[in-house]
Design a protein around this ligand. Sequence first.
Ligand code: FES
Length: 103
Amino acid sequence: QGTWHEAAALSALNEGEPYGIEIGRHHIALYRVGNEYYATSNICTHAEALLSDGILDGCEIECPLHMGRFDIRTGEALTSPVEIDIRTYPVRVAGDRLEVCLP
Ligand code: FES
């Protein structure tokens, strides 16, 4: 259940460069890993830093503030100090755009 929204042009999504967007009240980070795309909440669950300012290492995003890590595929909090998972969102490619499904 949810609504699909246009999120970004595929050409804006580069490998290893997290991309932050806002859709309504949702802060979303988009990621490209090879030819796969992922979307998570952009707000770290530790102290609300923007994950899109962090470093993407494979499928792990490292928060820029205290270096906590999350798995962008599942949202799982992986390393201290983060303990609470981040939300993930379904994505799909539509032509040359990426769409994200929001609740
Ligand atoms: Fe992200 Fe502290 S704000 S690890």
